[in-house]
Design a protein around this ligand. Sequence first.
Ligand code: RP5
Length: 166
Amino acid sequence: MAAKKTTNESAPLVGIVLGSASDVDQLEPARSTLKEFGVPFEFRVLSAHRTPDHALRYAEEAEARGIEVIIAAAGGAAHLPGVLAAKTVLPVIGVPVKSKSLNGLDSLLSIVQMPAGVPVATVAIDGATNASLLAISILSGKRPELRAKLKRYRKQLAEKVLGARV
Ligand code: RP5
């Protein structure tokens, strides 16, 4: 069966890969942030253990398809980000999904503790917003317009803090 796929336009720069359709709500902030910044992305559900061949092929083919950053989210024994990273030299950002039994501590430790040689940049449990901002930051290295947007975003954050009425 083909992997589930939704795309915001035809030439995605960021691939968001979820270990399960049950992870979709936690990844919604990544989708909305990338949309806000006008970054084309695709959304896939691929599992390292339920669809290992599809997951490996996705990682293997991503670079040639123009993907520049992969965001991989998984919960529990969350090996998906590491498995994808094993098959590509593109930057892989891991999002530990909050699990039912251990509140995401299992996901966090599974993703963050990559042995030396194959890195996965890990964000906080359910840290989809930061995963997408980090992806944008990576893309902004050679895209000045994205860098400018990120600077505006940070300025707005600061203004919110300074303007807070308590
Ligand atoms: C992981 O197992 C997924 O990333 C998900 O967070 C977790 C549970 O998956 P389901 O059993 O809900 O499909 O592979």
